[in-house]
Design a protein around this ligand. Sequence first.
Ligand SMILES: C[S@@+](CC[C@H](N)C(=O)[O-])C[C@H]1O[C@@H](n2cnc3c(N)ncnc32)[C@H](O)[C@@H]1O
Length: 381
Amino acid sequence: MSDYLYQKTNHYFGQLASGTEKCGMAELKVLGATNIKPGYLGVFFCANPRTIYDIIYQTRIFSRILAPLIVFDCHSEKYLYKTAQNIDWSDFLTLTKTFAITSNIADSNIRNSQYAGQIFKDAIVDQFREKTGERPNVDTHNPDLQLNLYIHQNKARISVDLGGGSLHKRGYRTESVEAPMQETLAATIIQLSGWNGERPLHDPFCGSGTLLCEALMKQCNIPAAYLRHKFGFLRLPDFDAAVWNQVKTKANSEINEISEESIKGSDISPDALKAVRANRSTLPDGGKIKVRRSDFQSLEGFQNTTIVTNPPYGIRLGDKESTADLLKEFGDFLKQKCTGCSAFIYYGDTALVKKLGLKPDWKHPLRSGGLDGVLCKYELY
Ligand SMILES: C[S@@+](CC[C@H](N)C(=O)[O-])C[C@H]1O[C@@H](n2cnc3c(N)ncnc32)[C@H](O)[C@@H]1O
């Protein structure tokens, strides 16, 4: 077994969405990472093996954690192939295991990321063929080993994706609605709201309940990967099953309960209610998320509550005009019926902020799923 870069340096890279960097860095610090530094759409950091398992099990903000195997100057496809073949892939794969490659390339001689991914795949497959006469299969949906190739200004980095796929897939989304929120974005919004369970939280446009499930997971200390069965780090040559079991057992032993009145949601759509009920049932204490079918206009109003929500935003749902009318009515509802509350509203389109008719105390840009969104805070007196 060779000495790979992550083994020699304890260096890792976490990928996250634009706007979530500060939350991600703060989370890494709490989880015990050191030398935390911002990079392009992500964060570099150091962690020992125990800490890296803990980070992958618990991170709510990062979508991928990558362990670099090698970094090298790469000016051509030929050199990419040759260097990728220098790695002994039997350290990570057997013929019965599957793999997949994600590649991102910018500002380099090699321009086409898909083609570069193909070359990288050929290097792995050819190495197995030369040694055994057979090759491992590619599975892009559910691979045992997910690899990442990143080339920027002709500097290449080959890494193992330690989560084994995007970590936003928590496992609780068994049913969905149109335009559900990404779980990592919902977790960031809950984090930015500062909600700590001291007062109730309500989402009046709860959809499939992503914000409600993330609020529950945070408040109950449920590890973000609690429902995940497959992890990329299981394929590392130095994977330590004893340490991983200790990390998991300790984190699971810290799961708390919450009170029945803490987390509530409502939505006008029966399908949304069906989805949120199915999703909450996958989580420990999920039955304590209380939901009901209601137009927000029919709600009696709130006091001393944290309102966290993601109203329809007119790109994927409904049309822009009706979204503007709905937001104006929601703004009136907040002014008239929610005094003493704080509201955190995520708009999937920044142009909609002014339609609410309330001045935000602050705005925080958050990009997700190709949407240029923004989270706004309103203190309602
Ligand atoms: C952008 S989606 C929310 C998605 C949700 N955050 C999730 O992750 O699934 C907006 C939701 O608002 C609901 N909605 C639309 N008009 C409503 C109204 N007048 N009162 C309550 N809910 C409404 C829709 O049914 C939809 O589920």
